[in-house]
Design a protein around this ligand. Sequence first.
Ligand SMILES: Cc1cc2nc3c(=O)[nH]c(=O)nc-3n(C[C@H](O)[C@H](O)[C@H](O)COP(=O)(O)O)c2cc1C
Length: 168
Amino acid sequence: MAITQKGNELFFGEDQFVVSKTDLKGKITYVNDLCIEMCGYTEKEMIGAPHNILRHPDMPRAVFKLLWDKVQAGDEIFAYVKNRTKSGQFYWVHAYITPIVDTRSAKIIGYHSVRRCPSPKGLSVIEPLYRQMLEAEKSGGMQSSLALLDNTLAKLKVSYAEFILSYE
Ligand SMILES: Cc1cc2nc3c(=O)[nH]c(=O)nc-3n(C[C@H](O)[C@H](O)[C@H](O)COP(=O)(O)O)c2cc1C
């Protein structure tokens, strides 16, 4: 598989997908081969583990709040996520996260994330925004981080989804 490395950052191919599924609490129930390869954990280590084992300290908490709010409400969300591998390297993804709905009961039974490599254009906007959101979280908590994101979207007159999808 076409995983490449530059310094501490890993990259996967434009035609590849990093896939995982979780239960309702965010415990990993499935990972594809590329996910295992990128993360550096074995499948055994990943299945049953909370998905935050990949959490990178550069990620604002507000992004995960938005993510969970959306999927728990039965909606989809696109998000840029920086992940940390077992050995401390990192990689960026453009994730599409959706609820998994049981067709019989119509209840949400888990969540599914399909990630592709982000566009450099998207990252050039998201990286500085996440840095500001992280700073806002340190001084004013989650609310100021979410307010910062809201202000950014209001200035651009776009929704969160339009904002994320405009950098394809
Ligand atoms: C389907 C799915 C995939 C997720 N993938 C990631 C991921 O790749 N990296 C990550 O840091 N968090 C991911 N999360 C969010 C984590 O569950 C968690 O909320 C996040 O890492 C922040 O950790 P915390 O909730 O303990 O603060 C995912 C959640 C779901 C439902």
